[in-house]
Design a protein around this ligand. Structure first.
Ligand code: ZN
Length: 209
């Protein structure tokens, strides 16, 4: 799924059009992934999906919280779910292939990455390198939570979110550029643009822009 850094980049792109409170909108775009700290595998709750790691049902979120969508924070939550949906369906599948009957990662040079037991660490390492590159490219600052934000969303809480922000600050928001074996950086910038266009179109359908 897209890293927090990608969520920050997309929130900045969207807000060029939306022109709402940038800080609250960014926080809304980050909070859904604080599910990790809750001690339970409850990603499906914060992402409104039927089961863990299935399609994010952002229309279910919209139905539940539509009366709060004038809040940049709540609107940011909605656009996070749309971002995850877009990456799950239109971006991430490009980095995988079937090789000798097994699902494997395609490296940037087109070759398959084979040892199945190393897939997770290899993918995560390159995902972090991409996050670091985007931090450098967009000059993204470390993130801090202001607990005064009104949060009507019962699926998340600020204690978990603060732990999540600490992880993001420590691991993703480092301004260093490393060679990436999976993600082409210029392609990744294009994905951010196309995802932002997708979201604006979805928001138009819901009469939110
Ligand atoms: Zn997410």
């Amino acid at each position: 799924m897209p890293s927090a850094t990608i969520h920050i980049c997309i929130s900045k792109k969207l807000n060029k059009k939306l022109k709402i409170d940038d800080y609250e909108f960014t926080m809304g775009n980050l909070i859904p992934d604080s599910w990790r700290n809750n001690g339970e595998p409850d990603r499906h709750l914060t992402h409104f999906s039927e089961k863990c790691y299935q399609n994010e049902n952002y229309l279910k979120f919209y139905e539940k919280y539509k009366k709060y969508l004038n809040s940049p924070f709540v609107l940011g939550y909605l656009t996070h779910l749309m971002t995850d949906f877009y990456y799950r369906n239109y971006v991430n599948p490009r980095y995988f292939t079937i090789y000798k009957n097994k699902k494997t990662i395609i490296k940037k040079d087109g070759s398959p990455f084979l040892p199945a037991e190393e897939h997770g660490p290899f993918f995560r390492k390159n995902k972090t390198f991409l996050a670091n590159y985007l931090t450098h490219y967009f000059q993204i600052k470390k993130q801090k939570l202001n607990r005064q934000i009104a949060n009507p969303i019962e699926e998340v809480n600020f204690d978990s979110f603060e732990k999540s922000l600490k992880y993001i600050n420590d691991h993703e928001l480092n301004d260093k550029v490393c060679e990436n074996e999976i993600f082409d950086y210029s392609d990744s910038l294009k994905n951010i643009d196309s995802c932002s266009i997708f979201i604006i179109n979805e928001l138009k359908k819901l009469n939110l822009v």
